[in-house]
Design a protein around this ligand. Structure first.
Ligand SMILES: Cc1ncc(C[n+]2csc(CCOP(=O)(O)OP(=O)(O)O)c2C)c(N)n1
Ligand SMILES: [Mg+2]
Length: 285
């Protein structure tokens, strides 16, 4: 069980170990997507370092063997399309068999193209319709308060998702209700489904926006695990308002032909591309 009595206590993980885990998760993601011949590699690879720090840095009080443990911290992946990285994490934690990974997006598989808590152990909310999951996460955070529970809610989001008006309705409501057990981790990679965000619909300075809405808002390099860890530690100390960690990431990192190329938002690597990617990661195809 990754559970601790004091959920606000700072964590000081082994960053070499975290880097090794993120590396292996990226390999799993690439292999899963190749086998399914569909899915979203860009954000999955881009957020690997952030989510590795969250899950394997000891920040989440969860029990991988008992994924519906009532006292657990919640994790909602509101930009649900990057679920391959979540599935790779849950398999590594032992929440479901590792071999399930190779059934991604297949008919009847537990692991579908977007998270579904009805079918996938360890998934806390059905997501994929952008804008929705952040509101579900706020509801969970408020629910903890009503029940006098001390669990926290972490929610993954993205710059493309922040074009949804519902995100800002959530942001307003969370501040109004002084929700401080909600931490948002936003993938700020500057890219969305078919281009650069600044060209499709510029979202501006997301850190400033969240701060203006009344959030504790910090910008971090999403590939600097120490910085992400510091931001997570700091977020837990914030009282009376929600926290946004705006993670500057590179879509597709560190695969040379995927990095910062919008096409890799939602295209799976074919066999040749997988071989090249794995070679770049220093492992045999
Ligand atoms: C309400 C809604 N509208 C449209 C979509 C289709 N869609 C899926 S992903 C995506 C782009 C989201 O941008 P972002 O999360 O920044 O993409 P990434 O950085 O992962 O490439 C869109 C428009 C959706 N899932 N939900
Ligand atoms: Mg994006």
């Amino acid at each position: 069980m990754i559970a601790v009595a004091d959920r606000r206590a700072p964590r000081d993980p082994d960053f070499d170990e975290l880097a090794a885990i993120a590396h292996e998760l990226r390999i799993d993601v690439l292999k899963m997507l190749n086998l399914s011949a569909s899915g979203h590699p860009g954000g999955s690879l881009g957020m690997a370092d952030v989510f590795t720090t969250l899950f394997f840095g000891g920040h989440l009080a969860i029990d991988p063997q008992d994924p519906t443990w009532a006292e657990r911290d919640r994790f909602v992946l509101s930009n649900g399309h990057i679920c391959p990285i979540l599935y790779a994490i849950l398999a590594r934690l032992g929440t479901f068999p590792r071999d399930d990974l190779w059934t991604l997006r297949k008919l009847g598989s537990n692991l579908q193209g977007h998270p579904d808590f009805h079918h996938t152990k360890g998934v806390d909310a059905c997501t994929g319709s952008l804008g929705n999951g952040v509101s579900v996460a706020l509801g969970m955070a408020l629910s903890a308060r009503i029940q006098n529970k001390d669990w926290r809610v972490y929610v993954g989001s993205s710059d493309g998702e922040s074009q949804e008006g519902q995100v800002w309705e959530m942001a307003t409501a969370a501040v109004h209700h002084k929700v401080d057990n909600l931490t948002l981790l936003l993938d700020w990679n500057g890219i969305q489904i078919d281009g650069f965000t600044k060209d499709v619909m510029d979202v501006g300075d997301l850190r400033a926006k969240f701060e203006t809405f009344g959030w504790h808002a910090v910008e971090v390099d999403g590939h600097d695990m120490r910085a992400v860890n510091d931001a997570l530690n700091a977020a837990k100390q914030v009282q009376g308002k929600p926290q946004a960690i705006l993670c500057r990431t590179v879509l597709g990192k560190p695969i040379s032909f995927m990095e910062n190329v919008a096409k890799w938002h939602g295209v799976a690597p074919d066999d040749d591309q997988l071989a090249q990617a794995l070679t770049e990661l220093g492992t045999a195809p």
